[in-house]
Ligand binder design. Structure first.
Ligand code: HEM
Length: 136
């Protein structure tokens, strides 16, 4: 593994920088749009996904340790608050994560890096759930 300063998040560089994050996000929304397995989360999004893609690109760039595009353009991530207007339950969480896993596979993200990112994303997605459901 490449060296990095302790405490620094190396994921942005490991993914391949901004172009790679942008491609991943574009694949994520293309799959969400095309694959009926993600229909429940697709219908929560606007017809035109380009704005959603820009926001997720800015967020993931920053979240993986790259430039602070999201904070600079939009403000504090406050993801839970930003998702409160969408009903997010276990089904929506699972669809989002499956869609992201498919996008990572299709983007050719290396297996170990995929596992690390998905582990962290699963925690974030779980924190965004706002429906009163029992855990399975
Ligand atoms: C758990 C299932 C999730 C669902 C159903 C969901 C759904 C949505 C929807 C419908 C939007 C609005 C899109 C728009 O305004 O164009 C949105 C925005 C956003 N989502 Fe998610 N999301 C989920 C998880 C996540 C996760 C895990 C992340 C980050 C890792 C994330 C990051 C974002 C960001 C950064 C925005 C833009 C926020 C804003 O500026 O208002 N989402 N999400």
């Amino acid at each position: 593994m490449a060296e990095h300063t302790p405490g620094e998040n190396p994921h942005f560089r490991q993914l391949g920088g901004e172009n790679a994050v942008r491609s991943l996000v574009d694949l994520f929304y293309a799959r969400m749009d095309q694959n009926p397995a993600y229909a429940d989360i697709r219908k929560l999004h606007p017809a035109d996904l380009s704005g959603s893609a820009s926001k997720l690109f800015w967020f993931l760039t920053e979240w993986t340790g790259g430039p602070k595009h999201f904070s600079e353009r939009i403000g504090p991530p406050a993801l839970r608050r930003r998702h409160l207007s969408f009903p997010i339950g276990i089904r929506e969480k699972n669809q989002w994560l499956a869609c992201m896993q498919q996008a990572m596979n299709d983007a050719g993200v290396e297996t170990a890096l995929q596992a690390e990112l998905l582990h962290a994303l699963a925690k974030t997605a779980d924190f965004l759930r706002n429906q009163n459901e029992a855990e399975t």
